[in-house]
Design a protein around this ligand. Structure first.
Ligand code: AVI
Length: 324
């Protein structure tokens, strides 16, 4: 595959509009997707390598010890299928899965979808080297945009991957809408494999979002640097603290930036001044942790049936396989 083959159909995201809306609300918030500019991507890569951030390791372990059952569900009487990965990222985990499928000579093409063209280029060139025979059709789009694009790949069975616990960054409504929409784009017998981070010792969860090296704090502060850069802002990160908070009842780990002082911040490019009271917060992310019952209910309510949950040895994380 040539790099110029990446199909780009991204909708222009409206950062300015979201910024004005979120920072004028009470309480203030910012959508977590804006955490991922080039610096945010690099910091997230570092987070995934942290000891405290167990999610990546746990899912990697699930895929390394990949069960024959899972591969059989994918390959299904050797009928050709499209393997579509929503939010493919660097594809490190998926490589293990791709290798198992290639070893089994499965008839499939891999369609990694990501909002970052940069990440798709990297992924494509590495996969081309590692698996020269892999049929690769990268798609640059957000999740919902990609779903409508799925019609282009009509005809074959679809196996959709949504890994890494990305579903945790959706609100309850968003996750419901996401799977309900996905269900509309799939045919009976199509499969979805989703990575869910599970409820566990709340202290362990909190540490994953408040690591001792302060990388997650940098990741959160980077959002303010990004706003400064893109909107000629004068946020001073030293006037904020990174504050994650886990609620074991809802399973939501929320990350905030909290203003230490009364201050006003100017975003020149938007002709906008935002006032902060001392200890006023901006919510920047939610990472929801699921119970098995919540996963089952989500499948039922959105037109899927759960086939099987695959776990790591600690049962920290599950890749849950659903059929439409
Ligand atoms: C991408 N997502 C699954 C990560 C998570 O765990 O919610 C993002 C992240 N935020 C802070 N650390 C990691």
């Amino acid at each position: 595959m040539d790099i110029s083959d990446i199909v780009k159909t991204t909708n222009q995201e409206n950062f300015a509009e979201d910024l004005i809306k979120g920072l004028s609300s009470s309480p203030k918030y910012l959508p977590s997707r804006y955490l991922y500019d080039d610096k945010g991507d690099a910091l997230f890569q570092k987070i995934m390598n942290l000891d405290e951030y167990y999610l990546t390791r746990a899912e990697f372990q699930i895929l390394q010890n990949i069960s024959e059952d899972l591969l059989d569900y994918f390959i299904h009487y050797n009928k050709p299928f499209d393997l579509i990965e929503l939010g493919a990222g660097d594809g490190l985990k998926t490589r293990v899965l791709l290798k198992s499928l290639m070893d089994k000579k499965a008839a499939f093409q891999y369609i990694p979808v990501d909002i970052s063209e940069n990440i798709l280029r990297l992924l494509s060139s590495e996969l081309n080297k590692e698996f020269p025979d892999l049929i690769l059709k990268p798609l640059c789009n957000d999740y919902f945009g990609a779903m409508s694009e799925l019609q282009r790949f009509e005809g074959k069975r679809k196996v959709v991957l949504f890994m890494g616990g990305n579903i945790g960054n959706f609100s309850q409504d968003e996750s419901f809408n996401f799977f309900a929409e996905l269900s509309k784009c799939l045919a009976p017998g199509d499969l979805v494999l989703t990575g869910f981070d599970l409820k566990k010792d709340p202290r362990l969860i909190l540490k994953a979002y408040d690591d001792s090296e302060g990388i997650t704090a940098k990741f959160n502060f980077n959002l303010l640097h990004r706003i400064n850069k893109e909107f000629a802002g004068d946020f001073k990160t030293e006037n904020f603290i990174h504050f994650p908070y886990y609620d074991p009842a809802t399973g939501e780990c929320k990350s905030f930036l909290v203003s230490r002082i009364n201050q006003s911040v100017r975003l020149k490019a938007l002709d906008l001044t935002i006032g902060f009271k001392a200890w006023e917060s901006i919510q920047t992310e939610v990472s929801k942790k699921y119970s098995e019952k919540e996963i089952e209910d989500l499948a039922d309510l959105t037109g899927f049936a759960r086939i099987q949950n695959f776990y790591d040895a600690n049962k920290y994380f599950t890749d849950s396989l659903w059929v439409k």
